[in-house]
Design a protein around this ligand. Structure first.
Ligand code: SF4
Length: 378
């Protein structure tokens, strides 16, 4: 099925229109660990990445980015601006794309109208010939949009937030942008992107299931969403978000290409509607903000430890940092987000305290047993 979005240029890659779907990923190492991050960029380039995203949170990250750019001059780099959006003017000379999150933009300089912040980003993007991505995530939706929701419909606030920011960019006459609307639930990714595509058929979409987790489950969730969307002509770029050891990060790109090849050849794996049954473990793909590299082992250990509960409809979330961890774990039955020397444990939105990396699996096991027992009694 064909759907034609407008063309957007990201360095030497073009997305939208009739261009092939671009495959992206993100570095997982600390940005200031320059050698390790260059190695990540090399791994992703070797695997065939069209665009590589790097997180930048402070001036030291900016300095590191300059060196990474010098070492990999041909990579199409995208920068992930979270709350520190004012770094845009410092990083733009080194990259081809700026990604901002409307939810995070809301929180900084609250006295300033969001239109002013967006105008600033557009001015920077224009000055340095950068594309932009409006990146909406389920765990960090603009609170003003959430406040308007009276039901448990979590999709509408995400779509409204994306549409509002598209309108701001349109008003500024800036058309070199795409949108992403991500959730850890593939069904919500499918529904949200279908609805947004109907509303804005001209805007290129970047697809992804956020915190999809570890292979193979993370690949299955992502494949299901991509099959349902791409066959409808929706999707101009993709990212497969997987929790992987640093040296295996190129697998995100390899898997992305594999899924695209399968869809093109008519090799589908999904049923019309994905219904998750049993234990569901979601975990972030990690990025430079990971507070302790032990996060990756923790995610794997959680999966092994909790295997005994595989028949139970329980979601456990494992997140790498404080930026997205607190919000993205709210909807899980049991959630963890990592700090440098301890792990925060939650039951739904309620905090259960924090525990060392040695203690956390035991505490999680206790809470998991308690949850199973309560549900069996109920
Ligand atoms: S939760 Fe934190 S560490 Fe994990 S991908 Fe998101 S920002 Fe990066």
């Amino acid at each position: 099925m064909t759907r034609q979005t407008r063309e957007v240029r990201i360095g030497n890659v073009r997305i939208g229109g009739t261009h092939p779907i671009a495959v992206q990923s993100m570095t997982a190492t600390r940005t200031q660990d320059i050698a390790a991050t260059i190695r990540q960029v090399e791994l992703l380039e070797a695997a065939g990445a069209d665009v590589i995203r790097i997180a930048v949170d402070n001036p030291k990250d900016v300095a590191a980015l300059a060196e990474i750019r010098a070492a990999r001059p041909n990579a199409n780099l995208s920068i992930d601006l979270q709350e520190n959006y004012r770094l845009a003017e410092k990083v733009a000379p080194f990259v081809q794309k700026l990604r901002y999150n409307p939810g995070h933009l809301y929180h900084i300089e609250r006295e300033k109208p969001v239109q002013e912040k967006v105008r600033y980003l557009v001015d920077v993007a224009r000055a340095h010939d950068c594309a932009m991505r409006i990146g909406v995530n389920a765990g960090s939706v603009d609170p003003a949009k959430l406040a308007k929701t009276t039901t448990d419909d979590s999709i509408t606030p995400m779509i409204e937030s994306a549409a509002e920011h598209c309108a701001m960019l349109d008003d500024l006459g800036f058309d070199q942008y795409c949108v992403s609307i991500k959730d850890s639930d593939p069904n919500k990714v499918i529904d949200a992107n279908i609805r947004f595509a109907e509303m804005r058929p001209d805007v290129p979409l970047h697809l992804g299931v956020t915190e999809a987790g570890m292979p193979p489950d993370g690949i299955i969730k992502t494949r299901i969403a991509f099959e349902q969307l791409i066959t409808r002509g929706i999707g101009d770029t993709i990212r497969v978000s997987l929790t992987l050891p640093f040296e295996k990060k190129g697998d995100e790109i390899t898997v992305g290409h594999q899924i695209l090849d399968d869809i093109k050849s008519g090799r589908f794996r999904s049923v019309p509607r994905f219904e998750h049954k049993g234990l569901n473990i979601i975990s972030c793909p990690s990025c430079s903000r990971v507070e302790n590299e032990a996060f990756i082992d923790l995610a794997q250990n959680v999966r092994e430890m909790s295997a005994y509960a595989k028949e139970h409809d329980i979601t456990i979330a494992v997140m790498g940092c404080r930026v997205n961890g607190p919000g993205e774990t709210d909807d899980a039955d049991l959630g963890m987000w990592c700090a440098p020397s301890y792990v925060n444990l939650k039951r739904g939105p309620q905090s259960l305290g924090h525990f060392t990396y040695d203690e956390i699996l035991g505490k999680l096991r206790e809470e998991l047993d308690r949850l199973i027992e309560e549900r069996q009694i109920a």
